[in-house]
Design a binder for this molecule. Structure first.
Ligand SMILES: O=C(O)CCC(=O)C(=O)O
Length: 276
């Protein structure tokens, strides 16, 4: 059975080994990634949202199945959780984006809570880069962290992942169960993974446990992000975020090394709206 390499955030991590595992297997787990105090604040700040939201998707068809009928998905988190804004600035997390997408050249694609509820069936397996099939290439176009806010277990829906599938040819090759493993991990851990690796949420076979993960990916600055932060976060709130977070959420414009600037306001950097 394949497995993911595990690292402990409690000791000094050899990040070279982390990125080797990322590139070889398409993913790895860092336990104790989030310090206990930050984890506690994050859990408390999002708890009311998790309780108040109803499961399922309102969009009929494929999306109902993809999102999960017994799964709650909650977006707009930077507007309600200061702890999440703090985690967004984490240097280790940002290094993943800088390394694979280029420093200052990516957005937060989405930062959504995925709460898999009792009775949920396994999500269809997929590669995150299939969000943008026209843009798929050898290089990464998206990389993601799933932060565990509760323990992820085999029973409650720990992510299913096929280690090494980041190297498999074809858009969505078949995957046998024995080619997969489960990203079981204690609360506070992070699953870091490639946009090319095949994965999906697991089934929740428990009676009453919710598996809560914060699914937070980056995508290249020339791609349209999955989540529309500019419509859910008021400008006045965005003004108080650290500059790097304003950038990640699209309140500042994209200025690539080649090509034209994107996301402008009055043909200038959108950051002008944050001044004053
Ligand atoms: O929640 C998970 O474990 C994975 C979810 C996922 O991959 C997705 O919804 O795109």
């Amino acid at each position: 059975m394949p497995d993911l390499e595990r690292f402990s955030g409690k000791v000094d991590i050899d990040w070279q080994r982390v990125w080797e595992a990322f590139e070889r297997d398409g993913g790895l787990i860092v336990e104790d990634f989030i310090a206990p105090d930050l984890l506690g604040r994050l859990q408390r700040e999002v708890a009311p949202l998790v309780t108040s939201q109803t499961p399922g998707s309102t969009t009929e068809g494929l999306w109902t199945e993809f999102h999960g009928e017994r799964t709650k998905r909650i977006t707009g988190l930077p507007g309600v959780s200061p702890a999440w804004v703090e985690l967004l600035c984490d240097e280790r997390y940002r290094t993943m984006g800088d390394r694979y997408l280029g420093a200052g050249e990516y957005w937060l694609n989405t930062g959504q809570l995925i709460c898999i509820g009792p009775g949920e069936t396994p999500q269809m397996l997929h590669r995150d880069e299939l969000n943008w099939p026209q843009a798929m290439r050898d290089e990464e176009i998206t990389v993601t962290a799933i932060f565990a806010l509760t323990d992820f277990t085999e029973g409650n829906g720990a992510t299913i992942i096929a280690p090494g599938s980041n190297h498999w040819p074809g858009a969505m090759p078949p995957v046998a169960p024995e080619q997969t493993c489960r990203a079981t991990m204690p609360a506070g851990s992070a699953l870091l993974y490639s946009g090319k690796v095949i994965h999906g949420g697991g089934a929740n076979e428990t009676e009453d446990e919710w598996r809560v993960g914060l699914h937070a990916g980056f995508c290249r600055g020339w791609l349209r992000a999955e989540e529309n932060f500019q419509l859910t976060i008021p400008l006045e709130k965005a003004k108080r975020f650290p500059e790097s977070v304003q950038y990640l959420l699209g309140f500042r414009s994209y200025d690539p090394k080649f090509g034209a600037r994107l996301g402008l306001v009055d043909y200038d950097d959108a950051a002008r709206l944050l001044e004053g």
